[in-house]
Design a protein around this ligand. Structure first.
Ligand SMILES: Cc1ncc(C[n+]2csc(CCOP(=O)(O)OP(=O)(O)O)c2C)c(N)n1
Ligand SMILES: [Mg+2]
Length: 650
């Protein structure tokens, strides 16, 4: 039937090849932009993309290309697309696939390999079987061995990436398949022209139960995650009708407007209620948000793990429901459909209307205004080293950002300061890019994809000086495509979170701080200038040597009048630097020098340093009880009960 076929466009001056067919299939599926890095294997495909008017954004590293496709998906809501060359490019792409798989991000990665007949001959860029390597980090991956089967398999891969729990897929087109002329009669079209499938909806009885749970709850909260990306209207309607506050996972804030009256900010602030059970949630409604370390793990700090708090989890993937803890009600469904069903019941008049008590609404919404008092009270400039306090530096930076920016958070301590100060930014969207893999450097690609998906806003690429080093060369990509990305290197001249852990665990027991140092002489603003990007530095000590290259250095010291205090001048200088980048209408970088102290509260909580001799400190995870007792108290208890020592070593 002709309607199931694509009308293929004949390229002018050359044959229609397998590569054209791949490009035209992707075009038919709605792909407008493809991220990647060139390899000769892919030229037949790239020519096909160019012929179809698809935008090609080429990066300086394949990891970034895949992560840009992921960032694009996160912001546009569409499936991202990328290309990487055979073996070398693929191996660089692997971290991107791994991250996207953990993050359930829909993307299709195109790669290539040596000609089919050269299999296992030590051929160029053919040593590793990419399909085998990619299997555990993709939802689907396949090597296409027949040019005629391209549409069928592309369609299958695309639908796999974007349906159910989304995720990355990879297609390996051997170079001979890409360069083989297409024979129209021999094409298996598969579902390439089929309309998009509808999304899975909820069981109506479960929705009744969910409504009942909400009605019975006194202190409910909603926590949204990436899976709620397409459900902004439905969730805000639910919140407006019921007064249930909406928190978001730190990983992804969704597009719920910051200004919405029930937007309560990051769910991490719920930990502030953990000391008082009477003002903790008694119902947590997880909408497309997964339990795990980003929501406090098994500590119960964010989601109370007590019988007095019920957990209602709605997710597209049943295996996420009750993954680590008991769930009182689990619903497998698309979030928009499930929430719309809840709203329909509430509007139908079938159940009595309910509204959360004002006191609970006030308590939860006040969390957005909560600031760590100790950090607030600390001097803005560290008296010991003359550097800006990282909390105050990031806070002021965020206050200067244009509202509705997109904030991509990378780095260790730097990321913690950014997350803590997020409410100051009035952002349209925020994401912690390190994600489930704790992967430093991901922010470069996510920021790139975000900036391509939405060119109307400023994208802020928050980096530590450590994480910045992974993909600094992408400044070149930002410049090449003149993207509105402000990179901020929160520069404490150290692998800060690494040093924090070592300090907390080893203290004065040893002076060794292995592999934790970074160079203070490295000038990220000058590096940016080398790429033709506006590079600025904010340094309260004003002691850095001037560089020959350093033509555009902004001296904040001259920005204020003579009687203004140093602190004000530095922070105003930061504002001036942000303004300069905003007006540049292209990329910019601020090397924001900060003190390496104090350490972030979340780092302290994660490291979990504990002097109790009966506790085994397991940094970054929950501590363990010692299988034998070392502390006096326990030994005495034992002695009291048994009348003798238990013989355990102390
Ligand atoms: C790819 C990767 N390598 C190493 C680590 C381990 N790690 C976690 S935080 C951290 C230090 C981060 O330093 P920086 O980016 O400068 O941020 P800071 O903590 O100094 O603000 C390191 C090395 C990681 N998470 N990811
Ligand atoms: Mg650092």
């Amino acid at each position: 039937m002709s309607s199931h076929k694509l009308h293929l466009k004949q390229p002018s001056g050359r044959e229609l090849l397998g590569g054209d067919l791949v490009a035209q299939c992707l075009h038919a599926l709605g792909v407008e932009v493809v991220f990647g890095l060139h390899g000769g294997h892919l030229d037949a495909f790239l020519m096909g993309c160019a012929d179809m008017g698809m935008e090609l954004i080429d990066t300086r590293h394949e990891t970034v290309a895949v992560q840009a496709a992921e960032g694009y998906a996160k912001v546009s809501g569409k499936t991202g697309c990328c290309f990487v060359t055979a073996n070398s490019g693929f191996c660089n792409a692997f971290p991107g696939l791994a991250t996207a798989f953990a993050d359930r991000s829909p993307l299709l990665c195109v790669t290539s390999s040596p000609p089919l007949r050269d299999a296992e001959t030590n051929a160029l860029q053919g040593f590793h079987d990419q399909v085998v390597l990619a299997k555990p980090v993709t939802k689907f991956c396949h090597r296409i061995t027949n040019v005629g089967e391209i549409p069928r398999i592309v369609s299958l891969a695309w639908r796999t990436a974007s349906s159910g729990a989304p995720g990355p897929v990879m297609l390996d087109f051997p170079i001979d398949v890409l360069f083989t002329p297409v024979e129209n009669e021999a094409i298996a079209w598969g579902g390439i022209t089929a309309p998009l499938v509808s999304l899975p909806g909820p069981d109506p009885r479960a929705i009744d139960d969910a409504v009942q749970m909400m009605r019975e709850s006194l202190r409910p909260v909603i926590i949204v995650g990436t899976g709620a990306q397409n459900a902004v209207n439905e969730i805000t309607t639910l919140a407006s009708t019921t007064g249930i506050p909406i928190f978001h996972t730190p990983k992804f804030s969704t597009g719920i407007p910051y200004t919405h009256p029930f937007h309560a900010g990051s769910a991490t602030t719920l930990a502030n209620l953990s000391s008082n059970p009477s003002i903790r949630p008694d119902l947590v409604i997880l909408l497309g948000a997964r339990t795990g370390f980003l929501l406090g793990g098994r500590s119960g700090a964010i989601i109370p793990l007590t019988t007095s708090c019920k957990l209602l989890q709605i997710d597209i993937d049943g295996s996420e429901i009750g993954r680590s803890e008991h769930v009182d009600l689990g619903i497998v469904s698309d979030i928009a459909l499930a929430t719309a069903s809840i709203n329909a019941i509430l509007e139908s008049g079938k159940v009595e209307k309910f509204r959360v008590a004002e006191a609970w609404i006030r308590t939860t919404l006040a969390l957005k205004a909560w600031r760590a008092k100790h950090n607030e009270d600390e001097p803005k400039i560290d008296e010991k080293n003359g550097h800006l306090h990282p909390y105050h530096a990031v806070k002021r930076l965020f206050q200067f950002l244009p509202p509705k920016s997109i904030i991509c958070i990378d780095g260790g301590e730097a990321g913690g300061w950014a997350l803590q100060n997020l409410p100051e930014a009035h952002a349209a969207l925020s994401m912690v890019c390190t994600g489930y893999l704790g992967f430093l450097g991901n922010g470069w690609g996510y920021a790139l994809g975000a900036a391509v998906a939405d060119r109307s806003v400023l994208v802020v690429n928050m980096q530590g000086d450590g994480s910045a080093g992974f993909h600094l060369a992408e400044l070149d990509t930002y410049k090449k495509f003149n993207l509105r990305i402000l990179t901020v290197v929160v520069n404490n001249c150290v692998w800060g979170m690494s040093l924090a852990g070592q300090d907390m665990l080893y203290g004065s027991a040893t002076q060794h701080r292995p592999a934790a140092n970074l160079r203070s002489e490295t000038r990220y603003d000058v590096v940016a200038q080398g790429f033709g990007v506006l590079g600025l530095i904010i340094d309260a000590t004003n002691t850095l040597p001037q560089s020959e290259l350093d033509k555009r250095r902004k001296s904040y010291m001259e920005l204020g009048s003579a009687d203004e205090s140093l602190t004000k001048k530095v922070l105003d200088g930061l504002g001036a630097a942000v303004d300069e980048v905003v007006h540049e209408n292209g990329p910019g970088l601020i090397d924001l020098r900060v003190s390496r102290h104090p350490y972030q509260d979340s780092t302290k909580a994660m490291v979990g340093q504990d002097d109790d001799p009966d506790v085994i400190v397991v940094p970054y995870y929950d501590n363990l009880p010692r299988p034998y007792y070392k502390g006096k108290k326990k030994v005495e208890d034992k002695e009291e009960s048994s009348g003798s020592s238990n013989g355990a070593p102390s």
